[in-house]
Design a protein around this ligand. Structure first.
Ligand code: FES
Length: 326
């Protein structure tokens, strides 16, 4: 894998909890990206963390951009990644991986709704900029807990104009009614949603109830660490088991309704993880003893059968205890 060394050009407070960073190449040109892409930062002592590229200049899309722009929300109770990012200052150098895009904006003529919750606004800003440049109509609905939590408002107002709708939970006295919003859309509207788990769950459930065809709902998930406890969903028959940390001998109980990662966080460990869905491999760990119950979508059939690797963000145990090489 090739890495990029990026220098912090500017770092500034966007909201009380969101810090905005502009990163430039230490040398050479930056790889191009399309709206919806993210880069992964390598954070010393924490691991790999993915952040969406905000770049609102459509000239920066599809050609090597002059810089990457990130906006990172401070997760005080998190694993340390956002705290590290919030301490970065101009001149600091960070290591990153080239942009990946799992939330791309497909070409088309459907009407589009961009639906953002909290820090989930970040990848949708680049999409809004691209659509405005293409002359493609869109609406932008942005929900946050409080009005002061809205980020990039001048940028969004310039991009979406009267098609920007803001929903502050504290002013409305309730969270955004996602089912009602989706139900009100003209038939065939493509919805791109990025936000916290309850917003995504409401969007996915509503699309299913309304019988939307595949592909009309595109989403990207932003977990906060507070949501690790209940993600992913437990399966019928799940029970508790123990995990032994080989380096210390410490034994942690993993309850039926928690993942290994969540139980480790509770116990004061700081395991490496990213997707929390068993899809990226960041949390992969060697099993020294015990039988894993694989729930990921990464391992091959032969790796599953060998039982020597486990994705601790999602997989569990078939044996009473797993001894992990941690
Ligand atoms: S965090 Fe991605 S596979 Fe576990």
């Amino acid at each position: 894998m090739s890495f990029l060394d990026l220098k912090v050009a500017t770092a500034a407070r966007e909201t009380e909890l969101i810090r905005r960073l502009v990163l430039e190449p230490v040398s050479g040109a930056l790889p191009a990206f399309e709206p919806g892409a993210s880069i992964t930062l390598h954070i010393p002592g924490v691991g790999r963390r993915r952040y969406s590229l905000v770049n609102a200049d459509p000239a920066a899309h599809g050609t090597p951009p002059k810089h990457y722009e990130l906006a990172v929300r401070l997760e005080a109770e998190g694993g340390g990644g956002s705290r590290w990012v919030h301490r970065l200052n101009p001149g600091d150098v960070v290591r990153a991986e080239a942009p990946l895009n799992e939330f791309a904006l497909a070409a088309g003529s459907h009407p589009v709704l961009l639906l953002a919750g909290g820090i989930g606004v970040t990848p949708l800003i680049a999409k809004a900029a691209a659509m405005k440049a293409q002359g493609r109509p869109f609406r932008f609905v942005y929900a946050a807990r409080r009005r002061e939590d809205f980020a990039y408002l001048p940028v969004l107002r310039a991009l979406a104009g009267d098609d920007l709708v803001l929903h502050a939970d504290d002013e409305a006295g309730r969270v955004l009614d996602v089912p009602a919003l989706l139900d009100s859309l003209p038939a065939g509207t493509e919805v791109h949603v990025c936000g916290p788990k309850p917003m995504l769950a409401a969007a996915v459930d509503t699309a299913r109830v309304l019988g939307w065809p595949e592909g009309l709902l595109c989403f990207e998930r932003f977990y906060s660490l507070g949501e690790v406890d209940d993600a992913p969903a437990a399966m019928a028959g799940d029970g508790s088991f123990e995990v032994e940390i080989a380096s210390t001998g410490q034994v942690i109980t993993v309850p039926a309704d928690k993942t290994i990662v969540a139980a480790m966080l509770d116990a004061g460990f700081d395991p490496l993880c990213d997707c929390m869905r068993g899809e990226c491999g960041v949390c992969q760990t060697t099993v020294l003893e015990g039988v894993p119950d694989h729930r990921d979508s990464i391992l091959s059939d032969s790796e599953r059968a060998a039982g020597k690797l486990i994705q601790i963000c999602i997989s569990r145990a078939k044996s009473p205890r797993l001894k992990l090489d941690l």
